[in-house]
Design a protein around this ligand. Structure first.
Ligand code: FE2
Ligand code: FE2
Length: 189
């Protein structure tokens, strides 16, 4: 655990980095489950590379936290919890892909927002830059896969729309909650 002699404002970045780390670990677990359901060679290939990326990202945040003198702590995942509660338990490959797609989009948005903050330690900036490149690819290949599947089965478009609505509701709830407690907006991972 983080010790009490660190000033309160310095605890904040560690909390956020632990959120990032938890989101990447969670992402690796989801991609592992997805890869067992993959129904084409292309998707199996893409998910293998994706799984590698998420595991590397989890390690990069672990390393950044260590380099900055922080500790690895268990944190809640408020966005994932809300996303799941609005969408329901994903039961098919299409549903899992759609949920991963919206979740990856939010992840990129949050990382890019963080990179826009001018004064961040170079280790965080470097880590963000490296990860964002991978995350952009995650969003684009999953979107292309879903669009391909939607051409063959019109139900896939409905699933994508449902995932977008669940994502929107999850983020609105988080923002309302953060506004109520006066925290910074945009923490969705
Ligand atoms: Fe990632
Ligand atoms: Fe990702």
């Amino acid at each position: 655990m983080i010790t009490h002699d660190i000033p309160q404002d310095e605890l904040e970045p560690m909390w956020l980095l632990n959120q990032y780390r938890a989101a990447e670990v969670h992402g690796a677990g989801v991609i592992l489950r997805l890869s067992r359901l993959a129904d084409s060679l292309q998707l199996r290939n893409d998910l293998s590379r994706h799984l590698r990326d998420e595991a590397v990202h989890a390690w990069l945040w672990t390393k950044a936290i260590n380099d900055l003198g922080g500790d690895i702590v268990e944190v809640d995942e408020p966005y994932q919890t809300r996303l799941a509660s609005h969408f329901g338990i994903p039961r098919t490959l299409d549903e899992m892909l759609a949920l991963t797609w919206v979740s990856e989009r939010r992840g990129v948005e949050q990382y890019v927002e963080h990179l826009d903050v001018r004064e961040i330690p170079s280790v965080i900036r470097r880590t963000l830059r490296g990860i964002i490149k991978d995350e952009n690819w995650h969003v684009s290949y999953i979107q292309e896969e879903l669009e391909r599947r939607a051409l063959a089965d019109r139900k896939v478009q409905d699933i994508m729309d449902r995932a977008l609505v669940a994502d929107q509701r999850a983020v609105e709830e988080l923002k309302a909650e953060e506004a109520a407690v006066g925290a910074q907006p945009g923490r969705v991972t």
